[in-house]
Design a protein around this ligand. Structure first.
Ligand code: SF4
Length: 379
């Protein structure tokens, strides 16, 4: 008999499941706390649950942890796990410790269909969406593993970024309950400011997210013009910059902070020149006048052989950042973490049974020059 994976449920979902077993909502709350706050997967250890409920759960439910294929620890404290999600697919999650926070980067898909030119996951193609349970299981495992490792009962993971493998807004149905588990005070109790969904620009879903679960939003911009972005983020051909920026303006009033973050991967000779900084400033200033406050996060590109791209050098990145700062934009340069274990941004590449012929597409893309057009600003 198939039994329900309780990691698939947010609290409302678990309450509905318990109701079907003839149990009241407060029982679901107790069960939810056992699972997420205490990391317990054995029903017979859940000592304050009625024996009758424990007996029902034994035959109707389970908690499906993801098998860990490997764990690597970087010299800088970053930890990367490879989780088996079946049928030849595996996804990665990365824990990044800092003095004031612990961030877990979580995957939402086995592979990714967007196929960004500079992204290792994109080069692997796409196999399937993860379930809610598979998204939550990454956090569930990492949090309770780290508590044991650091010998603490306190929460270790304070921030979650949906920036691992996959485009989270292309797996919307599974994403929303997973976010709710992260935010729930009976679950991980993370604030909306500390849960970030990163998107390459799935415009219709940005609007839905603002209604369903408005957490922090990071937009993978990477180019200031449509002509350049078309070559780097293929989704731009479907949702060009004007539509993307309009969706961002709509999102901001519901966002947990009064700005949105724009990610910009610095690629040598492609998008890192002074004219690109000028175009980016013009784009953001135009939309600032329409109410969009932005913060820019410059990401040094982490090269991988198939990309055919190089990282902008340090002085170029600094000069680019200086221009943005001089124009009044808060700009950070992301520290590279975990690069000795290939855990840095854009390097995540689990095992993907590609169903999309990504290698062929990417080969064709590599053969096309990336467009360089001077001064085109989307109004
Ligand atoms: S950057 Fe994100 S959206 Fe683009 S291919 Fe990589 S995982 Fe997919």
């Amino acid at each position: 008999m198939t039994t329900a994976n309780l990691l698939d449920f947010d609290l409302d979902g678990l309450a509905a499941f318990c109701e079907r077993l003839g149990e009241k909502r407060f029982r679901a709350v107790q069960l939810f706390r056992w699972i997420h706050q205490r990391g317990q997967s054995r029903f017979d250890e859940m000592s304050d649950l009625a024996k009758t409920l424990r007996a029902k759960l034994q035959t109707t439910a389970h908690i499906a942890a993801l098998p860990v294929v490997s764990m690597q620890a970087s010299a800088d404290g970053t930890i990367k796990w490879l989780f088996d999600v079946g049928e030849g697919n595996a996804v990665e999650s990365v824990f990044i410790p800092e003095s004031d926070r612990g961030t877990l980067c979580v995957s939402s898909q086995a592979g990714c269909a967007v196929g960004c030119r500079f992204c290792s996951t994109g080069h692997q193609g796409f196999s399937r969406n993860l379930t809610t349970g598979e998204i939550v299981a990454q956090l569930w495992y990492a949090e309770h593993f780290l508590r044991q490792r650091f010998n603490t009962d306190e929460r270790v993971i304070s921030n979650v970024v949906m920036m691992g493998m996959g485009e989270p807004l292309q797996n919307y149905g599974a994403l929303i309950p997973a976010l709710k588990v992260m935010l729930d005070d009976h679950g991980y109790g993370l604030s909306r400011r500390r849960v970030t969904v990163s998107t390459s620009g799935v415009v219709p879903m940005i609007e839905r997210l603002s209604n369903d679960c408005p957490v922090a939003l990071a937009v993978s911009l990477h180019a200031p013009t449509d002509s350049l972005r078309d070559g780097l983020v293929p989704l731009n051909r479907k949702y060009p910059l004007a539509e993307l920026m309009a969706a961002c303006i709509e999102y901001l009033p519901k966002a947990p902070r009064d700005f949105l973050t724009f990610e910009y991967c610095m690629l040598a000779g492609v998008n890192d020149q002074p004219e690109h900084a000028t175009q980016l400033i013009e784009l953001l200033q135009t939309h600032k006048r329409r109410g969009l406050n932005s913060k820019i996060n410059l990401i040094p590109f982490n090269p991988f052989p198939e990309s055919g791209l190089r990282c902008a050098d340090r002085s170029t990145v600094t000069a680019f950042a200086d221009r943005l700062v001089a124009a009044g934009f808060v700009t950070t340069v992301r520290k590279t973490r975990g690069d000795d274990i290939d855990a840095a941004c854009g390097q995540l590449a689990g095992d993907v049974r590609d169903r999309t012929q990504a290698q062929t597409r990417m080969r064709a893309l590599r053969e096309q020059p990336i467009a360089f057009k001077p001064r085109e600003v989307t109004p």
